[in-house]
Ligand binder design. Structure first.
Ligand SMILES: C[S@@+](CC[C@H](N)C(=O)[O-])C[C@H]1O[C@@H](n2cnc3c(N)ncnc32)[C@H](O)[C@@H]1O
Length: 271
């Protein structure tokens, strides 16, 4: 299969899955590689043949959908966003909870990959914010559609390449070295729970004070699915709660009215 053939196939297939080609431009190499591997695995010679297979075989369609899930993540991805969480969003949320006598800051990471994002949140909270709010505990629910990634998240051990954006001083505080891997230490694991959920089908009920939905719906989903997800996220945020998107993402039109700009371009406050 040539790259052009693969692109033509994706431009045909993605809209049928509620996904959009524009989001896949940068990661087309990864998806085409996976697709070629899948065709070899099931003994299908051409993409034309695979199209026919998709049309008549629901389970193969689900396999295609799964191979379009992009697993890329790392700790403290987009430093500016985590810095804004550390300096503004988390203290503001915790301050508001403290005033109301509430004890738990409830966060949800939607599309948590192998745990890099929820553990980053736990680390920034425990090391940089919690000392100012000793009565408040963080509870993070991290969801993902893929059981393999969730199993890796539960193990909580990573190569150094996943950690290159994390502030250096935090490395020995938050990780134990096990041979070539860095494993998240217990104090940063206890507050993170994982759930297998496809965000298009199931979401936790909430309410949440903070939702991170980064580099998932607002990059890869089509316009209708983005609107649906944005409305559902807004409904799960407590008033004044905050929504964090990826650094290249924007809220879709109608949903934007439910939010006000937050302390960073990617952070929105539920109105
Ligand atoms: C590109 S990663 C982003 C990870 C993390 N949020 C970040 O920004 O670093 C997208 C994640 O969403 C997951 N994902 C893709 N489609 C999903 C869906 N429909 N429901 C839940 N998770 C999904 C992928 O498995 C992957 O873990």
């Amino acid at each position: 299969m040539t790259r052009q053939e693969c692109i033509a196939f994706l431009q045909w297939a993605l809209p049928q899955l509620g996904l959009r080609w524009a989001g896949y431009r940068k990661v087309q190499g990864l998806v085409c590689k996976r697709l070629a591997h899948r065709l070899r695995e099931i003994g299908v010679a051409t993409l034309a043949e695979y199209r026919e297979r998709i049309a008549r075989d629901e389970s193969e369609r689900a396999r295609l959908d799964a191979l379009c899930r992009i697993p890329i993540s790392r700790f403290y991805r987009d430093r500016g966003v985590f810095d804004a969480l550390r300096d503004a969003a988390l203290p503001a949320l915790a301050g508001r909870l403290a005033e109301r006598g509430q004890r738990t800051l409830r966060a949800w990471c939607a599309g948590c990959a192998s745990g890099e994002e929820p553990y980053s949140l736990a680390i920034v909270w425990q090391l940089a914010v919690a000392p100012r709010f000793p009565r408040i505990a963080l509870a993070v629910l991290a969801s993902n559609a893929e059981p393999e990634l969730l199993a890796r998240a539960a193990r909580g051990c990573y190569r150094s390449s996943s950690l290159k954006d994390l502030p250096k001083a935090w490395l020995p505080l938050a990780f134990d070295r096990e041979d070539a891997l860095y494993c998240v230490r217990e104090p940063f694991r206890g507050c993170v729970a994982f759930a297998e959920q496809d965000i298009r089908i199931k979401m936790p009920t909430g309410p949440f004070d903070l939702v991170l939905c980064r580099n998932l719906a607002f990059t890869y989903f089509d316009a209708a699915a983005q609107e649906r997800v944005a409305a559902q996220l807004a409904a799960r945020l407590a008033p004044g709660g905050m929504l964090v998107l990826g650094s290249h993402e924007k809220l879709p039109g109608a949903a934007a009215a439910r939010f006000a700009p937050g302390s960073h371009d990617c952070i929105y406050a539920r109105v």
